[in-house]
Every structure is written in C-alpha cells, then in structure tokens.
Write a protein that binds this ligand. Structure first.
Ligand code: NI
Length: 172
C-alpha cells in the first residue's frame, strides 16, 4: 500500500472537477485502498481522490469514533439524491487546509447514491457527522472547498496565509 501526498491550498488541482469512474478496474480498487491508508495515516475522517491529485469521483470516509470499530466506506461516483430542509452547523476542517477549522452550515441529513466495489448501486442515508462529511467530500469532487461556505473575509485571510506558506516552502 502507498500513502499518498495530500495536496494543500492553494494547489489549483483542488479547484478542478473530478471525472466519473466508468469501470471498476484493479487500479481503481488500489487507489481506494491507498486513499483509505492515507486518510487513516493523516489522520482524517474523509478523503476525496482529487486531494491526492487523482481527478476521479472517488471518496473514502470513516466517521466512527472508536478506534477498534472502524467503519470504512468507499464511494465510487457518489451523489446526493435528496436532502433535508433542515440545516446544521459543524466545525469543519480539511486535510488540504491543515490547522484551520471553521463552522459550516450544511443540510442536516441527506441520501447518497454511489457504486460499491462490485459496481452495485448503493443508497445510504446520512445524518449527523456523516451527512456533513459526505457533503464536504462531494464538494471536493466538484472543485469546491469548505472555505467556500464561510465568509469572504475569512476565506481570503486563510487563502493568503496558505499562499504565503507555499512561497516560503519554494524559497527554502
Ligand atoms: Ni476536505
């Protein structure tokens, strides 16, 4: 297994749209396994393929709280097919925007349709942290980041900080 390098702000790939997966090849399965490894290593509760530079509609997620009860879900081409009118607020973070978190309002519950590793269509009802997490990850597949949901002032501030950091890294 491979632990991928996670791209961070302001990498432009994070703003690109990911392509649907047509065939579940060995390669796709391997990417998903490596993504899970990368997510647990980080550690994080969700990871989209584009965050490791692979522009395919793939997401791994594990919102379980207890270390010994892992609930890993591998999503191929996930999409939200329905959502609640109700909204809820969670303090979100992102592996591509390290050491930053902010409250984000999203739909409280949603229903996600995706393909499993056998190419079978699956329907998953999400609530709580899982609902927030899958909306965050599907945003990634569309080139969107959680900072797009916060105030412009805060977004510009954090973006500037990361641009500065990336320039410092380049000059080192
Ligand atoms: Ni993220």
């Amino acid at each position: 297994m491979t632990i991928y390098n996670i791209l961070t702000l302001p990498n432009k790939i994070l703003r690109e749209k990911s392509e649907p997966v047509k065939n579940i090849s060995e390669e796709i399965i391997e990417i998903l396994n490596n993504m899970a490894e990368t997510m647990y290593d980080a550690p994080g509760i969700g990871l989209a393929a584009v965050q490791v530079g692979i522009k395919k509609r793939l997401v791994v997620m594990d919102c379980s709280k207890e270390e010994d009860k892992k609930v890993l879900i591998k999503f191929i081409n996930p999409e939200i097919i329905s959502k609640s009118n109700e909204k809820s607020i969670y303090e979100e973070g992102c592996l591509s925007i390290p050491d930053f978190s902010e409250d984000v309002e999203r739909f409280s519950t949603c229903v996600v349709q995706y393909m499993d590793l056998n190419g079978k269509k699956q329907i998953l009802e999400c609530e709580g942290l899982m609902a927030t997490c899958i909306q965050h990850e599907i945003d990634h597949l569309n080139g969107k980041l959680f900072i797009d949901h916060i105030s412009r002032l805060k977004r510009e501030k954090i973006t500037r900080k990361f641009i500065k950091l990336s320039k410092q890294k380049l000059t080192k």
